[in-house]
Design a binder for this molecule. Structure first.
Ligand SMILES: *Cc1c(COP(=O)(O)O)cnc(C)c1O
Length: 294
């Protein structure tokens, strides 16, 4: 367990530019990386304490949450079950899903329509009957214990920053940090999907002083182009920091654009969070100038 039983001293904050620093949560673990560990840790402890045999959770064919859950459950000697969105995913397993299986995750594929029921009470009750020994974690670790874990990230953030930036998927991490962070720090959430403004209705943190940025999605969730690939490679050459293709690269691209467009005051101090997710680069690894950390 010592690989993911993190000590705060192992987590670095590095300078990228005078105004911009990065908090390397990607160093926590190659797969259970970044925010995923924080969302899972209390959930896994709860499942252990209450003698559940397995963890069941949800995700798409490229989900960092599914693979992080598979790896973390294994470390905790729990079995894992992944409910995957879309029957098409079954015909041609993505590298992420293959990796989940190699970590002993049992995959079950359901239609997108059925997947939309994943928060429906009756549907969940039936699922519990089918898997009575499984502890169910919602998609993206979005429950109270997940948010509790994420709030611990906020405790690690020094309070001299004026802005904290993070990429958003389900919004669980954004919400947890926003709730726990001093209100005088502005939170910027970068949406990696098209029309990400819908997230504003979903996340609704208890504290104000936050903003959603949805101009840097590169065509949609999981979509990318040569410009993004070039950006990731150039960023690695300059800073020696690997970014992932789905989340952190789009945030970083957006942040650098906003800095050059004078979005921030001259005395702004921005901390962006590297939420990990580097395993998601498997599909583009041949285009990148660095290897996925193992
Ligand atoms: C999952 C993930 C996110 C989004 O986290 P949410 O809590 O779902 O908003 C951001 N960055 C990376 C690298 C991720 O894997």
């Amino acid at each position: 367990m010592d690989t993911i039983d993190i000590q705060n001293s192992k987590l670095k904050i590095q300078n990228i530019a005078k105004q911009l620093h990065i908090f390397r949560l990607d160093h926590i673990h190659p797969i259970i990386s970044g925010n995923k560990w924080f969302k899972l840790k209390h959930n896994l402890a709860f499942a252990k304490e209450n003698n559940y045999k397995s963890i069941l959770t949800f995700g798409g064919a490229y989900s960092n949450h599914l693979i992080a859950t598979a790896a973390a459950a294994k470390e905790f000697d729990l079995e894992s079950i992944g409910i995957v969105r879309g029957l098409h995913a079954k015909e041609n397993l993505t590298l992420t899903l293959q990796h989940c299986e190699s970590l002993n995750m049992q995959l079950q594929f359901i239609t997108k329509e059925e997947y939309d029921l994943k928060e429906d009470k009756t549907w969940l009750e039936n699922l519990s009957k089918k898997y009575p020994e499984a502890y169910i974690i919602p998609e993206g670790g979005k429950n109270e214990l997940g948010i509790k874990g994420v709030e611990e990230i906020a405790q690690l953030i020094p309070d001299h920053y004026t802005h904290v930036a993070i990429s958003i998927g389900t919004g669980t991490t954004f919400t947890g940090i926003r709730n726990a962070l001093d209100e005088k720090i502005s939170m910027l959430g970068f949406a990696p999907m098209k029309n990400g403004k819908y997230l504003a209705d979903q996340i609704q943190p208890t504290k104000d002083n936050w903003q959603l940025i949805d101009d840097y999605h590169f065509g949609g969730f999981g979509k990318w182009n040569d410009k993004l690939i070039d950006f990731i490679n150039e960023f690695y050459r300059v800073n020696n920091i690997p970014l992932d293709i789905v989340y952190t690269s789009k945030m970083m691209y957006g942040l650098q654009q906003m800095i050059s467009n004078n979005f921030f005051d001259a005395d702004a101090k921005i901390l962006c969070i590297h939420t990990g997710g580097l395993q998601g680069n498997v599909s583009v690894e041949d285009k990148l100038c660095f290897k996925i950390p193992e």
